[in-house]
Design a protein around this ligand. Structure first.
Ligand code: ADP
Length: 669
């Protein structure tokens, strides 16, 4: 239903209550303040709005009836306190004193509404002056009044609803705008009522848009359907905006009754939609690009993969090992390289028909049945183990060879594949056997040599002891014959050198033997050094040996036999390489760390300083001086003995001659 458009306006606070309401009507706020009196009210009671300031002022005009007044004012108070007011209608009759002093008998009808409080008044004074009969008439009249009033109020409420709607609403008859609500006028930028009587073309930005919408609208509304569309529409100032509009005919059978249209401004939604479309398009573009890039990458990867496959294949083909791939489930070889063809003596096609087991000799080096181990090995490799073992193979041509076999599982999800590589080690095995034989022969020789040296040393020591004894006897018996004495001393010295040489050889041999073990004991070092010094001193007349062991610990845990050899060699060398004689100094000292040092210095021929390391090499000799014998083993032994004692040896020589040798050993205690 479209409300009648109000034609008169008398103020913003009562704009919704036209003066031509048929009943005397008053409008009050919830606080009772009078908002509006219509013309009928003014002519009925003669009061102006200023004189009826509030509902209680009006009630004060009623002929005194305290009960009624209390009831009415209570009702009004309840209205003010209840939100929303679910109050029942209040109807009563009362006598009112008019402004000219006349008393009117009036039927009053008050109802609460969302516009607060509407009171209507019907003058029943003329009907009958008798209160009783008037009461009956009043009720009759009141019923009529109520019905009329009800209709009016419904219309009024609907008008309020339409006016206050958040969408634009319009009634259009024959494409002419008959009625619009304020929202629609505001939406299109028109003032109140400005659109009335104008063609609906005014909503469209162009004739074309207007005309093209006519046909589909007509088709829908003439069939009673709702027409709905979204379109760019034009405001009064020519600016455009997106609107959604939908409408229906009031009576599809009689379109001249008009169509009702609802308009919504959807510019912001459209803007969002456009932004979304733009973003979606961007996303699609991005997706496409990404897809393209992924495809390109995949292609490149495929190319690389196939290249890699080719390279791998080439590598496999060129590999020196014979390589096969064995499918465990099928029980046959499914790939092989060229060396495999050569090793097994058949083509790839022939290989693909058989299992590697068919090439295994029935007697294998480990004595196991190859068939049993074959399946065990496969199971272990499939569990992830890498196996390496030896097998004797027999080629199709019956050629035997020993191979090192290496099994590893191939990465495959669909098949159980084992990669086996075979390296022909027949030659290597043969060489190893030969080598073992040679080593055994060598060991035998060495053992014999040792035995021989032991024998020689034993055999030499006895005659040397006899020679030395004889020389000593000669010295005693021929003490007056100086020539004889000199010869006797020479004999003794030569004999001692032979004994030393034999000892050195034996010691070297013992140390070089891997089974050599030191025999440690707590050794009184001062005594040991003194013995060695005395022994060496007795062999020379032209050298003086001075020893200073004050800073050396009295006891050192070491192998005394070897330390004795070491010291003897050091002092012997000092004498040997000081052919002009001189003083030889021996100095010993210890450190908190447990290291002990012995240093022997001479004033002999020395050696080139750059050779100080080489001197300790086995069989190395700096000088081949006639009259200075030697085998190049002494310093080597010295260093080895020091190392066996957790120490080492150093040598230094001064430009003017003379040499200093320092050995250090760890006190094992
Ligand atoms: P050998 O004395 O039997 O030749 P060594 O192993 O004892 O063997 O010594 C190796 C070399 O070191 C000697 O040939 C010699 O040239 C040099 N050498 C050793 N001791 C001295 C020293 N005290 N003075 C000078 N040179 C020495």
């Amino acid at each position: 239903m479209i409300p009648n458009s109000p034609t008169q306006r008398s103020g913003s606070d009562h704009a919704l209550l036209p003066d031509e309401l048929p009943l005397a009507t008053a409008l009050f706020g919830a606080d009772g303040a009078c908002l509006f009196l219509n013309a009928d009210f003014v002519s009925m009671f003669g009061y102006t709005r200023d004189e009826i300031a509030s509902f209680s002022t009006l009630m004060s005009k009623a002929v005194p009836d305290p009960d009624l007044r209390t009831t009415v004012l209570e009702w009004q108070e309840r209205l003010a306190s209840v939100t929303p007011p679910p109050l029942p209608r209040l109807a009563f009759t009362a006598r009112f004193t008019c402004s000219n002093g006349a008393v009117r008998f009036v039927a009053v009808n008050i109802r609460a509404s969302n516009i607060r409080m509407i009171a209507t008044f019907t003058d029943t004074s003329d009907v009958d002056t008798s209160l009783k009969s008037m009461q009956g008439i009043f009720h009759e009249i009141a019923a009529q009044v109520r019905a009329q009033e009800e209709q009016r109020l419904v219309a009024l409420e609907q008008s309020v609803i339409l006016e206050n709607s958040c969408v634009g609403i319009s009634l259009i008859v024959n494409r002419v705008i008959v009625w619009t609500n304020s929202k629609l006028e505001e939406m299109f930028g028109y003032t109140k009522g400005e659109l009335h009587g104008r063609s609906a073309r005014i909503f469209y930005p162009s004739d074309e848009a207007y005309l093209s919408s006519g046909e589909p609208i007509h088709a829908a509304v003439s069939q009673g359907r709702q027409y709905e569309s979204e379109l760019i529409m034009a405001r009064r100032d020519g600016s455009l905006f997106w609107a959604r509009y939908y409408g229906k005919a009031i009576d599809p059978n009689n379109l001249s009754t008009g169509t009702i249209w609802v308009f919504e401004d959807i510019s912001s939604r459209k803007a969002m939609e456009q932004a979304l479309t733009y973003k979606t398009r961007q996303l699609e573009e991005l997706n496409n690009n990404l897809g393209k890039r992924v495809r390109q990458t995949v292609d490149t990867l495929r190319q690389k993969e196939s290249l890699l496959l080719k390279q791998t294949r080439l590598l496999v083909e060129l590999a020196p090992d014979a390589i096969i791939v064995f499918d465990v489930e099928q029980g046959r070889i499914i790939d092989a390289n060229a060396p495999a063809e050569r090793l097994f003596g058949c083509s790839k096609q022939e290989l693909f028909a058989c299992s590697p087991l068919s090439f295994y000799k029935s007697e294998q080096p480990d004595g196991n049945c190859p068939e049993d181990t074959f399946y065990q090995h496969n199971a272990r490799v499939l569990r992830g183990e890498v196996l390496v073992f030896e097998r004797i193979l027999i080629s199709r041509q019956g050629v035997e060879c020993i191979c090192e076999v290496r099994l590893v599982r191939m990465p495959s999800e669909e098949q159980l594949l084992i990669r086996a590589s075979f390296i022909d080690i027949t030659e290597r095995t043969r060489n190893q056997t030969e080598l073992a034989k040679t080593l055994a022969a060598l060991k035998r020789n060495l053992d014999e040599q040792k035995q021989f040296i032991g024998l020689i040393s034993h055999e030499l020591r006895t005659p040397l002891a006899i020679i030395d004894g004889a020389a000593q006897l000669l010295m005693l018996t021929a003490s007056n014959d100086s020539d004889c004495l000199v010869q006797a001393v020479r004999i003794r010295s030569a004999g001692r050198r032979i004994v030393d040489l034999v000892d050195t050889c034996l010691t070297e041999e013992r140390i070089a033997t891997s089974g050599w073990e030191l025999e440690f004991s707590k050794t009184a070092m001062h005594k040991l050094v003194q013995d060695v010094v005395e022994k060496v001193q007795s062999g020379t007349g032209s050298h003086a040996i001075e020893s200073d062991m004050a800073a050396f610990p009295p006891y050192v845990t070491c192998d005394p036999t070897l330390i004795r050899v070491m010291l003897t060699n050091l002092l012997d060398n000092a004498i040997k390489y000081s052919p002009d004689g001189g003083t030889i100094r021996l100095k010993g000292w210890g450190e908190q760390t447990g290291m002990v040092y012995i240093q022997v210095s001479d004033h002999g021929i020395g050696f080139p300083p750059e050779l100080s390391d080489k001197l300790f090499e086995r069989f190395y000799r700096v000088w081949q001086i006639p009259g200075i014998p030697g085998a190049g083993l002494g310093l080597y032994l010295i260093k080895r003995i020091a190392e066996l004692h957790g120490g080492g040896a150093d040598a230094s020589s001064l430009p003017g001659g003379g040499a200093t040798f320092t050995v250090r050993i760890r006190n094992a205690s």
